[in-house]
Ligand binder design. Structure first.
Ligand SMILES: C[S@@+](CC[C@H](N)C(=O)[O-])C[C@H]1O[C@@H](n2cnc3c(N)ncnc32)[C@H](O)[C@@H]1O
Length: 187
């Protein structure tokens, strides 16, 4: 069995270690609902998942997955930008997940952008509890281009190291812009 998982697999391993039953967590980019379902299972019946997407198609796909697995009660689906998450969430959260890029199978022009992503990171950092984690899988290249990734990589180096620990991990010997992983822990 391969030990080093791809970035999506690594993101799930880390989130699995951090999230406890009863936690409140956020899926900032619901997309096809895979991370929302993953989080809903981890938080259990007493927990809560806030899941954001700007596309109704994404929320519909997410809703279908949640219904088929009986997980709707613990998830609030919100059709709004993740940059507005503080309008909807007031309690501390243990994890905020982001998958940056476009909806697989959807319109590639509707994708995450640095300006709103950075606002969402700021909002998420305020909502995190101590030792809470932002977990980002950053897709780039191809139709996503490099602008968001390049600006984001600059931005994360400016986050206050006394308040947050920031780690970036990437495969350096793979072709075709494999996604990279960013972790931000509140200290
Ligand atoms: C890579 S996909 C997410 C994949 C998803 N995590 C999954 O498990 O299938 C990125 C999603 O971000 C959404 N998105 C783009 N800008 C957004 C924003 N400002 N706020 C919330 N979602 C946004 C897109 O509509 C798209 O569905």
């Amino acid at each position: 069995m391969q030990l080093i998982k791809n970035c999506l697999g690594q993101s799930h391993e880390i989130v699995d270690m951090v999230v406890k039953e009863g936690d409140t967590v956020v899926d900032a980019t619901a997309g096809n609902g895979n991370d929302t379902v993953f989080l809903a299972k981890l938080v259990g019946e007493k927990g809560k998942v806030y899941a954001f997407d700007i596309q109704e198609m994404a929320l519909q796909k997410t809703r279908e997955k949640l219904v088929s697995q009986g997980l709707t009660q613990r998830v609030e689906l919100i059709r709004d930008g993740h940059e507005n998450m503080s309008k909807y969430i007031s309690e501390p959260v243990s994890v905020v997940m982001f998958n940056l890029g476009y909806l697989p199978g959807g319109n590639h022009n509707i994708c995450t952008r640095f300006q709103t992503t950075s606002c969402a990171i700021e909002a998420a950092m305020r909502l995190l509890k101590k030792n809470g984690l932002i977990v980002m899988v950053v897709y780039y290249g191809g139709d996503s281009g490099f602008e968001e990734k390049d600006t984001l990589m600059e931005y994360i180096t400016t986050i206050d190291c006394k308040k947050y620990s920031v780690l970036r991990a990437e495969f350096v010997n793979q072709p075709n812009c494999p996604p990279l992983l960013v972790l931000i822990e509140k200290l």
